[in-house]
Design a protein around this ligand. Structure first.
Ligand SMILES: [Fe+2]
Length: 357
């Protein structure tokens, strides 16, 4: 705020301000600029985490730290350097690398917080969601929506790492979280190729007549890589044929969808997948709310608030609110993305600005 607008500093004014402090009051006129900036000025900062740093640390955790009741998960949260050391990747979102050794069980529990897993490499873990075992394989998006029991077990001979995304910071700051322990070990050791939810729901464009009620989160436990890959491949082929299919030249993209509503997979988290042809550059975008990207395949770069960062498979980066971002594909470039956009849109806060748009 302009200092010229401030009252003259007098003993009487100081006494007034002491009176405010004594009664737990804080006047608006001394802090307007911080409370109401002309555009979002996030404390969270843009940051890149290299997979080549994360994976060895997760592997070392696998050697030193047991997984079980109490700790619940061997998950290592990405702590945004602007957020005071908390494991918040943004004010709303949590992102962690989770690691499970052969034969290990991550016990069942449930919580209000919505969660997903995305698998950048590996296989051999099944996540049991409300009693339904769901296979985890490379490129799959797995959902464990709020208040669904879930545990993980690794039936393979190799360890497996993946990323977890949750709305933990949002839930914590809004004081909405409940938590309950479940079974010490997963309640179903079966390892089916497809979960019950997929068998019921994953037939394109078809809705079971037994399931006509809408659900707040998607009933699909796993969105398989084969289907995501085919959808992106077809968008680029359609573009080649001169049909409108991509979001921009050389840029195919999909949003994972709750088939009961056509909306986002969970009420607080949006998930997308983006594929760029080699050489494609996207226009700079600014959006309200935070996003996290993980490179799935290929090499390229992201420009975040004016700084360019090279990226390769597994690398993660966070885009805080209103920070301009653009992608540059060196090779064919595949990226998974999640964001808090459903919160921002539902509450009417969303704004988007695109370079040249
Ligand atoms: Fe959990």
């Amino acid at each position: 705020m302009d200092n010229a607008m401030q009252p003259e500093d007098t003993p009487e004014l100081r006494a007034l301000y002491k009176g405010f402090a004594d009664h737990h009051l804080d006047p608006l006129w001394t802090q307007t600029g911080n409370l109401m900036p002309v555009h979002p000025k996030p404390q969270a900062v843009p940051h890149v985490w290299k997979w080549s740093d994360l994976l060895p640390l997760a592997e070392r955790s696998g050697e030193l730290v047991p997984v079980g009741r109490g700790g619940e998960r061997r998950a290592i949260g990405l702590a945004n350097p602007g957020l005071g050391g908390r494991a918040y990747v943004s004010p709303t979102l949590w992102c962690a690398i989770q690691y499970l050794c052969p034969g290990e069980n991550a016990p069942e529990h449930r919580h209000s917080q919505n969660a997903f897993r995305f698998v950048v490499e590996g296989e051999g873990v099944w996540t049991v969601v409300n009693g339904d075992p769901v296979r985890m394989s490379r490129g799959d998006l797995l959902l464990t929506p709020g208040w669904h029991f879930h545990g993980h077990h690794n039936v393979a001979t190799e360890p497996m790492a993946w990323i977890d995304g949750l709305d933990i910071p949002f839930s914590q700051q809004m004081d909405v979280g409940f938590f309950e322990f479940g079974a010490e070990r997963v309640t179903d050791n079966a390892t089916p190729n497809y979960s019950q939810g997929e068998r019921l729901w994953c037939h394109p464009g078809l809705r079971p007549l037994s399931q006509l009620h809408d659900t707040v989160s998607s009933p699909i436990g796993a969105y398989r890589w084969e289907i995501t890959d085919a959808a992106l491949t077809e968008q680029l082929l359609l573009e080649d044929e001169g049909n409108p299919a991509t979001v921009g030249p050389g840029h195919a993209a999909i949003r994972y969808m709750n088939p009961t509503t056509g909306g986002d997979v969970m009420p607080t988290i949006r998930c997308e997948f983006h594929r760029l042809r080699a050489g494609t550059e996207t226009p700079a975008r600014q959006e309200v709310g935070a996003s996290v990207f993980q490179v799935f395949e290929g090499t390229g770069a992201v420009t975040l608030g004016g700084d360019r960062h090279k990226l390769e498979k597994g690398d993660l980066f966070v885009v805080p609110s209103w920070v301009a971002w653009s992608l540059q594909a060196e090779t064919g470039f595949d990226l998974f993305r999640f964001s808090d956009a459903p919160i921002m849109e539902r509450l009417g806060f969303m704004r988007t600005q695109v370079e040249g748009g």
